[in-house]
Design a protein around this ligand. Structure first.
Ligand code: KIV
Ligand code: ZN
Length: 381
């Protein structure tokens, strides 16, 4: 049976917390519109109490965007919740995302509260937020390093208080996939009222495991993923939207889970976010990197030109790219060169081709890549 996972995009909130990123109101709206086109279910538009600019942008997205839930982040404080509710007021569908830390580390050093005080504060916040909307998400910051029995207790109580989505953040990117799977699975099987809420994976990438952990959480029973475009976010970033979506798509055989994402919008969205945030996407980035569908060695080019699936598990057209690319380098072979010559419409005899190929190898040894101008020069010699 095919199941559905909700995509909660936090590019404009956790993503914008990337050092060096600041988006204007207009830029946030442009990204918001693109996220709707992409088909995300929930947009976390900002943290309304944090600044007048954040309030305005959450408010503007709430006014302008349709067919999507707009979410605002708050601390577990009445004033935060009131301000978020006001910013979200015009939204067709609104969600308040409140919560606080659950690990001993956060309780002791950051919140300076006992477990009981923190639990009471969280429960009160959920009850307070419920007067503004029925859609309440509760985050348990630093769940990845927290005591499980305490996590189970918090989940049970905040669901009783009215939370409808439970966010289980691995705030510091500390967990590994098997552990995160058991965290989600453990909550869902030990908390008596867990069937009353949707569980959400929110992973950070400090050890490069955010995507793997998120997918493990989905296998553990979570049905919401919190992601950012290109994986931007605090420190090493958040889980990359495009990676999770394509992993679920390509490995439908194992996950049996769908998203509402139009995958052909992945690359346009990635490019827009990169342009507006100034966060360059590394060339070898999975799914949306410039090299993700480029082949440079002779062996791979030969395979791909005979049958694309020999070295590509994702058809680039699926993510909105035009086609796979054959990049000519010193490691390329005759097959790749012939392909590129055909692309520029050049016809040749076998004898002439050998001459071009030998010249090509000489040029290739002096350059990182033999481009179209070089090819034209080679054939005109
Ligand atoms: O990483 C985290 O714990 C967060 C919460 C505020 C949801 O971003
Ligand atoms: Zn986060």
């Amino acid at each position: 049976m095919i199941d559905r996972v909700l995509v909660f995009d936090t590019t404009l909130r956790d993503g914008e917390q990337s050092p060096g990123v600041r988006l204007s109101l207009e830029e946030k709206l442009e990204i918001g519109k693109q996220l709707v086109l992409l088909g995300v279910d929930i947009i976390e538009a900002g943290f309304p109490i944090s600044s007048p600019g954040d309030f305005q942008s959450v408010n503007m997205l709430a006014k302008e965007l349709k067919n999507v839930t707009i979410c605002g982040l708050t601390r577990a404080r009445e004033k935060d919740i009131e301000v978020a509710a006001e910013a979200l007021q015009p939204a067709e569908r609104r969600r308040i995302h409140t919560g606080l830390g659950v690990s001993e580390n956060h309780l002791q050093h950051k919140l300076r509260m006992s477990r009981e005080q923190a639990l009471e504060t969280g429960v009160k916040a959920v009850k307070y937020a419920r007067q503004f909307t029925d859609d309440i998400e509760y985050f348990m910051e630093d769940s990845g390093r927290a005591d499980l029995d305490y996590v189970y207790k918090v989940v049970e109580e905040v669901i009783k208080a009215g939370a409808t989505t439970i966010n289980v953040p691995d705030t510091t990117g500390f967990t590994y996939p098997n552990e995160y799977y058991h965290l989600i699975h453990g909550i869902m099987s030990n908390v008596p009222n867990s069937d009353k809420a949707v569980f959400s994976c929110h992973c950070h990438n400090d050890l490069g495991m955010a995507t793997a952990n998120t997918l493990a959480g989905v296998l553990g029973g979570a049905r919401q993923v919190e992601v950012t475009v290109n994986g931007i976010g605090e420190r090493a970033g958040n889980t990359a939207l495009e990676e999770v979506v394509m992993a679920l798509f390509i490995r439908k055989d194992k996950f049996g889970i769908e998203t509402g994402i139009d995958t052909t919008q992945l690359l346009p969205t990635s490019r827009l976010v990169s342009k507006l945030t100034g966060m360059v996407v590394q060339r070898n980035k999975a799914v949306v990197g410039a090299n993700a569908y480029a082949h440079s060695s002779g062996i791979h080019q030969d395979g791909v030109l005979k049958e694309r699936s020999t070295y590509e598990i994702i058809d680039p057209v699926l993510v909105g790219a035009e086609k796979s690319e054959i990049i000519l380098t010193a490691r390329s072979g005759r097959h790749g060169l012939k392909h590129r010559l055909a692309e520029i419409g050049f016809a040749y005899s076998d004898e002439r081709f050998e001459e071009i190929y030998n010249n090509f190898l000489q040029v290739a040894d002096t350059k990182k890549e033999v481009n179209e101008d070089d090819l034209r020069m080679l054939v005109s010699r």
